[in-house]
Design a protein. Structure first.
Length: 101
């Protein structure tokens, strides 16, 4: 198991908001709430419309705003990464059921 530095995970969280352009440039996405992995074209809903910072994706599997795209440079297909992100942002959550491609 790869252990990621908490500061790295904090930085990665910034890639989960206001990221529509980055998601559109991604080959694959991961959700750190449901641990799902999916293609960007599966994202059908966005929040933060009209925000000058950009729009934020809702996960097509769980409808949470916890999506990070591969164009961010973060290891979005690494289950350890998603699990550790989940543990920081959703402490006490024990959702290790993943939906994958």
């Amino acid at each position: 198991m790869v252990t990621y530095d908490p500061e790295y995970l904090q930085q990665a969280h910034k890639a989960s908001i206001f990221h529509k352009t980055q998601i559109e440039q991604s080959d694959i996405c991961g959700c750190f709430y449901c641990l799902g992995i999916f293609y960007p074209d599966g994202i059908l809903e966005w929040t933060d419309q009209g925000n000058s910072a950009g729009e934020t994706a809702w996960c097509p599997l769980c409808a949470m705003d916890t999506v990070i795209g591969s164009a961010s440079g973060y290891p979005v297909t690494d289950r350890d990464f998603l699990i550790q992100m989940n543990a920081i942002w959703f402490p006490g959550s024990d959702d290790d059921e993943a939906d994958e491609l």
